[in-house]
Write a protein that binds this ligand. Structure first.
Ligand SMILES: Nc1nc2c(ncn2[C@@H]2O[C@H](COP(=O)(O)OP(=O)(O)O)[C@@H](O)[C@H]2O)c(=O)[nH]1
Ligand SMILES: [Mg+2]
Length: 576
């Protein structure tokens, strides 16, 4: 345990770090299980020995390098990719080996170096076996320092750049570079490749690590021959000095404590970015939805406006009635129709036959057309709103994104809200019958017509009500006409009587027309308002949904930010 060899201050720092990691863990659990797992692993390995992890391509010379460094053949080396295991080399009185995790083997060896740190050999990256790369990547967050081994005959590949980018950017690890197998090239080539590596690191990854040219084989031979100069030439002692000087106990402890923080900061940054992303998506959707809602709000006004065009044929029915009536009166109130004018019953019958017949039905049909237009329009309004809601708001992305800010129960309630809104709107839409919508408009219009004309509501319909109203003016008309007949003695009176009858008739028709149009307009307005309100009401729960989602996303972001600041502060305290 690290604690046993740590100075007291470091033990206290370690405890503080554990507390911090546990806080981040409980935050991450409410955010994303994958991230939580990363933090859990960091906590589990917090007290592991300092880990020097060796990575690099298959056959780069990693195992040979570790063997040269430790001075024993601890790792099998060879021309083939040998292992899909991570080998953790640790100190032990006796040589032992056992698997600690599915892909991790712990090997103990009685080597002094391993008292200060554990050395880890990884399966090569860029192996034909994808699994090897993954095993290495999964292990890397635990590293306290990463030794990147690259061979002089093939330095630095794409895979290396990607992996090192992650090691540096995401996990913020310390990196040192080993240029292996330098015995395969001349001194001049060696210097050129070292330069090349440094430049490449700076250009592609934005930093320059120390680069150690080594020949593991030369080191092995030198040790065997006891040749100090040769050993020095192998480059291995330079690496040892780097480790001893730069990775002093204090520095090791510091790196050890710093190492989980990079990963933790990465988790928090993602949480923050997720919160921001969710907020943006929510706000975008809500703004889109507000536009639809606004349209639904305007829909009533727009329907009322457009209804005028639909209503005008109703007015036209009265116009032709009026011109027929006037023509009739102009024709009949004449001397040659003396007898007709004297017979009130016949006069009325002829008037009804030639002028009024069919008007009730015509009005009925035209009002029905207005009502059915309105029914189509309101149905379309429902449909549009529902479709838009479904497309922008209730989309599956919320199903995936909903984990933000909470427990499963919370998540499910959120989704259930959206589902319920859609289901209710669908039901309302399905229940929207054009027939009953038309009936409602007709009923409303007849009631208000009856009220306007001061008559009993006529159950048989608007046309009949209008005709009844006309009948009243007709009665007066017949009076005028018959009076004209009676007054025939003075035929010079006739034209005046005729004009009077026409005026009366026109007045009667217009009064009826105006009352009917007002009634129809009133009914259309009431129905348009009703439909628009119903649509707005149906989707009103979305406002609460949006509000609570927005708060959750904001809380996620704020909390992530807050913890980030805390971790960064702690990190600063660790740095020299
Ligand atoms: N010439 C030379 N060959 C080496 C050196 N180090 C390793 N090799 C060879 O390179 C091959 C791969 O080495 P190994 O350590 O197994 O690579 P790993 O897959 O990265 O562990 C083996 O055939 C080694 O003998 C070295 O310093 N010089
Ligand atoms: Mg190997």
């Amino acid at each position: 345990m690290l604690g046993q060899i740590l100075p007291e201050a470091a033990v206290a720092a370690l405890e503080r770090e554990r507390g911090l990691l546990e806080k981040v863990l409980s935050f991450a659990q409410g955010f994303d299980e994958g991230e939580a797992q990363r933090v859990r692993e960091l906590i589990a390995h917090l007290e592991d020995m300092f880990l020097l992890v060796v990575v690099g391509e298959v056959k780069a010379g990693k195992s040979a390098f570790i063997n040269a460094l430790l001075g024993v053949d601890a790792c099998p080396e060879g021309p083939l990719p040998l292992t899909d295991r991570v080998h953790v080399l640790a100190y032990g009185e006796a040589a032992t080996e056992h698997a600690t995790e599915p892909h991790v083997v712990r090997r103990t060896l009685p080597i002094e170096h391993l008292r200060r740190m554990n050395v880890v050999d990884t399966p090569g990256t860029n192996s034909p076996l994808k699994r090897h790369q993954q095993i290495t990547e999964d292990f890397l967050p635990r590293a306290d320092i990463v030794f990147f081994v690259t061979s002089i005959d093939c330095p630095f590949t794409q895979t290396d750049v990607r992996l090192l980018g992650k090691v540096r950017e995401r996990w913020k690890k310390e990196i040192a570079c080993v240029l292996a197998k330098v015995d395969m090239r001349s001194e001049g080539d060696r210097a050129a490749v070292v330069d090349y590596l440094k430049t490449t690191f700076r250009e592609l990854l934005g930093f320059t690590p120390p680069v150690f040219p080594v020949s593991s084989h030369l080191a092995r031979d030198a040790r065997r021959d006891g040749d100090e100069a040769k050993l020095e030439a192998s480059g291995i002692p330079a690496v040892e000095r780097y480790i001893v000087e730069n990775l002093s106990e204090g520095r090791r402890v510091q790196l050890k404590l710093l190492s989980p923080l990079g990963t933790v900061l990465d988790v928090l940054r993602r949480a923050e970015a997720t919160g921001t992303g969710r907020l943006r998506a929510l706000e975008q959707d809500f703004a889109g939805w507000k536009a639809v809602e606004e349209q639904a709000g305007y829909a009533a006004a727009s329907l009322k406006e457009r209804a005028e065009r639909q209503i005008s044929p109703v007015a036209a029915a009265f116009e032709s009635l009026e011109s027929r009536g006037c023509a009739f009166l102009r024709d009949r109130i004449r001397l040659r129709h003396m007898r007709l004018l004297g017979d009130a019953g016949r006069f009325r019958a002829e008037f009804e036959r030639d002028v009024v017949r069919g008007v009730g039905e015509e009005i009925e049909v035209k009002v029905e057309a207005v009502a059915s237009w309105l029914a189509d329009e309101t149905r379309a309004l429902w449909q549009r709103s529902l479709e838009h809601f479904h497309r922008t708001v209730a989309l599956s992305r919320y199903r995936e994104e909903i984990p933000a800010g909470g427990s499963l129960a919370f998540r499910e309630t959120q989704q259930a809200t959206l589902d319920r809104i859609v289901a209710n709107a669908r039901r309302d839409l399905a229940g929207w019958s054009a027939e009953s919508e038309c009936r409602r408009v007709r009923d409303l219009a007849s009631k208000s017509l009856a009220r306007l004309l001061g008559i009993e509501a006529v159950a048989t319909g608007l046309g009949a009500a209008a005709v009844t109203a006309l009948g009243a003016s007709l009665a007066g008309l017949v009076g005028v006409a018959v009076a004209a007949g009676v007054a025939l003695r003075g035929f010079f009176v006739l034209p005046a009587r005729r004009d009077q009858a026409i005026v009366r008739f026109e007045e009667g028709v217009r009064a009826t027309r105006d009352a009917l149009l007002a009634a129809v307009r009133g009914a259309v307005a009431a129905e348009a308002d009703r439909a628009a309100t119903a649509v707005l009401d149906a989707f009103a729960p979305y406002h609460d949904f949006y509000e609570s989602r927005r708060r959750a996303a904001e809380a996620l972001r704020e909390k992530a930010l807050e913890m980030k600041v805390e971790v960064e502060l702690f990190k600063k305290g660790l740095e020299p």
